[in-house]
Design a protein around this ligand. Structure first.
Ligand SMILES: [Zn+2]
Ligand SMILES: [Zn+2]
Length: 223
């Protein structure tokens, strides 16, 4: 059984604390008994490789990204390897509205909207072999529910993410999509405060994918 926190920001995200360095994140994750983490900075996958290198096999670091769609829906993308994440990441960065308008990318706006619609965003994630998760669906801002009021049937999400146990799945269960719990950590204190437990043969992306898709062959639950 592996504890997974599949949504952690590094200090590369403009809204995250400067303390979110690769070394500090890995240490916090190990201290809190996590076996799998995903690095999901806003609209970039550039820091995941460094965290993976720092972890040096002590825990599985999944390269990810939190993409802001044109509707300002946050979508968490989880990729099978660093190259897929980086290739998808460069597409996302090039589609940032602020860069398209001004030609430059100011870090302050790195979490702002891209020109990708929700459908285009999920399609891009899948084209690079990734898993698409509706980020912090239990929150009143930048979630698919806060922005659209519902999940479009053809959205193509693989899972829904909640970020607080108390706000629990409740109504989210009606979507029929698997639910994962992640911290959406922007500071060290939050790392691993909520997590998903996966029953896997080994802690790798393929096994997590199977757990989300296999309908019970690999079990997982929100903790
Ligand atoms: Zn978000
Ligand atoms: Zn986030």
């Amino acid at each position: 059984m592996y504890r997974a926190d599949l949504h952690i920001h590094t200090s590369l995200s403009p809204c995250a604390s400067f303390e979110m360095t690769p070394r500090a994140i890995v240490r916090a994750a190990l201290e809190r008994g996590l076996g799998i983490i995903a690095i999901c900075d806003h609209n970039t996958a550039d820091a995941a490789g460094l965290v993976e290198k720092t972890a040096a096999g002590r825990l599985y670091v999944m390269p990810g990204m939190e993409i802001t769609t044109a509707e300002e829906v946050h979508v968490t993308a989880l990729f099978p390897d660093r190259n897929s994440a980086l290739t998808a990441g460069s597409k996302v960065k090039n589609s940032l509205c602020v860069r398209k308008k001004t030609g430059v990318l100011n870090d302050v706006y790195a979490s702002s909207a891209t020109t990708m619609s929700l459908a285009e965003c999920v399609k891009t994630i899948k084209a690079h072999g990734g898993i698409a998760v509706a980020a912090h669906a239990d929150r009143p801002s930048f979630s698919v529910f806060s922005q659209l009021g519902f999940i479009p049937e053809d959205a193509g999400f693989d899972a829904i993410e909640i970020t607080a146990a108390s706000s629990g799945p409740r109504g989210l269960f009606v979507t029929g999509l698997p639910i994962v719990a992640s911290s959406d950590s922007h500071c060290l204190w939050d790392v691993g405060t909520i997590f998903t437990v996966f029953e896997l043969k080994k802690p790798v992306w393929e096994e997590v994918f199977l757990a989300l898709k296999s309908g019970g062959k690999r079990r997982f639950w929100v903790a």
